[in-house]
Write a protein that binds this ligand. Sequence first.
Ligand code: LFR
Length: 482
Amino acid sequence: MVTPQYCAAIDLGATSGRVILGQWKSNKLTLKEAHRFSNHFDTIGGHDYWNIGALWNEVLTGIKKATQLLPKSAKLHSVGVDTWGVDYVLLNDDGRLVFPVHAYRDLRTQPGLKHLKQTRAAASRIFAATGVPPVFYNTSLQLEETIQNCPSITDLASRCLFLPDYFNYLLSGRMENEFSISSTSQLLDVNTKDWSRTALDYFRVPPHWFSKPVFSGTRLGGLSKAIIADSVALKKTVVIAVPGHDTACAYDAMPAHPEGSDLFISSGTWSLVGFESPEPLLGEEAVVAGLSNERRGNGGYRPLKNVIGLWLLEGIMKDFSSRPTSDEAWAKLIKSAEQLSAPKQLLDVADPSFTNPISMKKAIDLQLTKRRLIAPKNLAGYTRLICDSLGKGHADAKALFERLTGRKFKRILMVGGGSRNRLLCQATANAAGIPVISFNLEGTAVGNIASQLIASKAVKDLATFRRLLGKTLDQTTYTPLG
Ligand code: LFR
């Protein structure tokens, strides 16, 4: 009899989080959702903060519920945490929080961003050093702002952990910076596997706040005693540093062709369009285009373009009382939007006013008015405009990568919430001129579990995992039309 192995993925997103229990048996992964909850940041006195205590409570609830899903006398072999990128906590040596945890959409980084962008030589130097362009959410700019405006923080804090690192610490008692999440900071050296002195100096960040990043698959230790309490199922559970960045996990979960001819899109609140590469994509054109050389948990590269994503659609919903609240209502909205004729002019999805507007509809209408275009009549019209504009944004990223690398992508693989949106998948295929394969897959959680299975030697490597997973997946192919 084959004994199944059980792993829990703690997968925290900016708008929702989940704990998924994975069962690996006879080379097949079965998932059960143990816990799902919504997440949001609070705006207090003009600044945006995460409720880190509430998130931690959800993590604990999720672990408990995951053990309740285990068959009688089965044990939870391991847990791993992934979250959105860039956000972090500042701690002292005892692991106490010494600064409130900001959310990356807080506009506090705008002055630093403007300064960096205006000093072209500095922007190019930082890009050459880190492979990451100046973007408002970078950890680098967030830390720079905190240090500038609250200088005593350099006395109070002795450690900076990214959010997955912090939850790993709360679970296991070990403080480490994991590699993939570290690469979202704009502080990691693009040519090595360590921190960039150039970037740390420029942003005036104390180097001792970070430790040399560990690769995904590192076993951090058992769960702390308080968490195990009297649960027999958790006694031997190991905390594994999986790729801490959710996008790295989502990419790992896609059954890509080993020859490297697939383009990846992780489509959720953000659309992360990119590919896997043994080397970074640097140079002036890459910095101007805002390409980011994020890293994989194993140290490899994921050159990527961050397109604004379904944040636009999520945002517009707040302005319509007719917004869908059930799966059926969503399907109806997408169908009505599909029946409309394609808009002749699309949105400029790179418009910075879409970052964190009070009303997304007003922000869209303003752009349209400035361009002397007519706003859609109803929610279906906005949905169509947004999906077609995102499809074009995806296709532009593909064209850019092809131009800069000389590669030719044959397919686009898509996971995440957007992969269930027919209109968006078809718009992407039409604009890109190649098929889009969408997978019915909890990509981030699956990539998280893959890393745990590889670390525990239940699976040989990622290529093997992808091959085995690919055989069992539901997928839909969207062929370009028109
Ligand atoms: C997606 C994501 C993106 C990152 C953005 C901000 O959840 O991790 O990759 O650019 O959040 O951290």
